[in-house]
Design a protein around this ligand. Structure first.
Ligand SMILES: Cc1ncc(COP(=O)(O)O)c(C=O)c1O
Length: 361
């Protein structure tokens, strides 16, 4: 039986590569002829250890990460990292760059745990931009600087790897991890909830420089401690085995697609098509985001009225363009076009946008 698939623009949990879903389906009842699924084997088993090692290695290869970094997996979502990072690393103070809803959330969570400095905020500009490198001044005695490389709700993305003085850089890359190559050496810690570009929800990838890790506090409860996760190879307790397995399959898929250089080209091509339609719509479609900070992953825009926003989403749903509604806190439209989202779906969306504009402008 052929199953119907739609063009799913969901921001997360989001579309996964069809090849990954098929592989998981094929191995669901018997992983490597074991007669058991990946969810039914011990996390201490040889089979699972192989999966864990393979997944970590794939991540390292794709992002060109050396042995000076640890690859860890946590549960609790990216939101737990908002608290774990200050719990582990905040001694004197931490600097925050706020460019949208998620980095604001991270700032507010850290504030509950220590001294935080807001060194940049685009809140007054309605989170429509990112700072120029020269706008950022660090507090030299801070323990780290935190930012979010892609703001999923606002559709704002940094086009460079952030550097602020000599501070260790901590980055929430939940919605653009593995969408393009990065200069890993610039980061002390990167975290990403998997449910956008990497796999299912309920698992978070953490990439941490060993030198930075050595500064983490040692007297924390096991499940809140990066050191204990590193010492126990991400398994101080039972990890999300299914999540680790799926991330491994997504990495295999990325490699088959030509790696991050190639995926970045495709991602740019997809995003450009939608932004072009926005820019050529004579203001019918409006993007609040400054062109140089526009996200390649989450294209946000609005129509001249809320009623038209709603009609746009309803009509799009009718032709299989699903989940285009903007986040409830900002409204409008959001097309999330992560790695797994096909070019064909973007072309369909742009055709639909053109037709809709002709009819309703
Ligand atoms: C950039 C970013 N950071 C953090 C989060 C929170 O992630 P989680 O729901 O996994 O805690 C999200 C969720 O969408 C996000 O997009």
């Amino acid at each position: 039986m052929k199953e119907e698939r739609v063009f799913n623009f969901s921001a997360g949990p989001a579309i996964l590569p069809i090849e990954v879903l098929q592989k998981a389906k094929q191995e669901m009842l018997s992983l490597k002829r074991s007669g058991m699924s990946v969810m039914e084997i011990s996390h201490r088993s040889k089979e699972f250890k192989e999966i864990l090692e393979k997944t970590k290695l794939s991540i390292k290869q794709l992002l060109k990460i050396g042995d000076d970094y640890e690859i860890l997996f946590f549960s609790g979502g990216a939101s737990l990292q908002f608290a774990l990072i200050p719990l582990n690393f905040l001694n004197k103070s931490a600097d925050f760059v706020v460019t949208g809803h998620w980095s604001m959330k991270a700032f507010q969570e850290a504030k509950k745990l220590g001294v935080v400095n807001l060194i940049y905020s685009s809140e007054k500009e309605n989170f429509s931009t990112t700072p120029r490198k020269s706008d950022l001044k660090a507090n030299p005695s801070s323990d780290y600087v935190h930012y979010c490389s892609n703001e999923t709700i606002d559709g704002v993305e940094f086009k460079y790897d952030l550097e602020v003085g000599n501070l260790p850089v901590v980055c929430d890359a939940s919605s653009n991890i593995m969408s393009k190559p990065i200069d890993i050496k610039k980061y002390a810690l990167i975290y990403a909830g998997a449910q956008k570009n990497l796999g299912p929800s309920g698992i978070t990838l953490v990439i941490v420089q060993k030198d930075f890790l050595s500064r983490a506090k040692s007297n924390l409860p096991t499940m809140l401690s990066y050191k204990s996760f590193a010492e126990h190879d991400s398994m101080p307790n039972t990890p999300n085995t299914w999540g680790i397995y799926l991330i491994g399959l997504v990495c295999d898929w990325l490699r088959e697609k030509g790696g991050l250089e190639r995926i970045a080209e495709i991602n740019l091509e997809k995003a450009k098509l939608i932004y072009k339609e926005i820019d050529e719509s004579n203001g019918f479609y409006r993007s609040k985001v400054e062109p140089s900070s526009r996200s390649t992953m989450n294209v946000t825009f609005s129509l001249p009225s809320k009623e038209l926003d709603e009609k746009f989403c309803a009509k799009a749903e009718e032709i299989g363009l699903r989940n285009l509604k903007g986040h409830r806190s900002v409204g409008g439209i959001r097309a999330s076009i992560y790695n797994a989202f096909p070019l064909e779906g973007v072309i369909r969306l742009v055709e639909f946008m053109r037709d809709f504009r002709r009819k309703y402008s």
